[in-house]
Design a protein around this ligand. Sequence first.
Ligand SMILES: *[C@@H]1O[C@H](CO)[C@@H](O)[C@H](O)[C@H]1NC(C)=O
Length: 283
Amino acid sequence: MAQVHLTMFLASILAISLIAAASGAIQDSVKISWGEDRAEISENGELLTLKLDQGSGSGFQSNDEYLFAEVSISLKLVAGNSAGTVTAFYLSSIGDEHDEIDFEFLGNASGSPYTVHTNVFDKGVGNREQQFYLWFDPTMDFHTYTILWNKKNIIFSVDGTVIRVYKNNAAKGAGYPSDQPMRVYSSLWNAEDWATQGGKVKTDWSKAPFRAFYRNYIANACVWSAGGTACSSVPTSWMDYEITSQEVSKMKELQKTYMVYNYCEDKNRFGQTMPVECGLALN
Ligand SMILES: *[C@@H]1O[C@H](CO)[C@@H](O)[C@H](O)[C@H]1NC(C)=O
């Protein structure tokens, strides 16, 4: 009898520790890498706070570098008058010809919507911006922002809803980041010269310090090292996940309401030579 109880006890400890690993205390996966005195980790390593004051901002980066990954974070953005502030969550490699996949949240005056700015860089070249409004107030609660980057496509989602897909059309001449390992970075910084309403609305420093909050960093990833990559085996579905045509239709429906800028529709900018991928299907 005692033996049975002990076994059950051990089994439940094991179950609890597995849950803890899966939920990802943020301090186990990232380190504060910029503006150390303006960033802090609290609640037993579960909550990371970035601050921005008149001096400067702050940021963190993932411990690991990935060569393909699905990364998610729960984020609560700067509340109140966040004009001039930018909160970024992105993947990036290093060097002049770097690859990058961006989520950037452009603050706004109180009561005006945040803009979610997305971009994809391949060998140092971006110019693939799409911007969105959200269907909720991102400063009231934590919401989950996910970048899935595999060999087939890059999928940006918010609370599990796909807002953008960038397909690997390298075979048809479109750039695609696929051979440089990337790390996750996040930062809160000041960009009052351009971020809000094109730079017209400046930061209200009387409201500083500004704060953004992070929890639940999750990476389903192939971790890169000089010796090669090691892919987490559970779950593997992200590795070859490709958006379905139903999901593309659903995303296009959502974009009718929430997309505020699409480089693929900016004829003034690109003229006769629109980027190749703009004319190609997403799945
Ligand atoms: C801020 O709000 C204005 C007015 O509602 C809107 O035009 C703009 O797109 C919003 N976002 C930014 C980043 O300026």
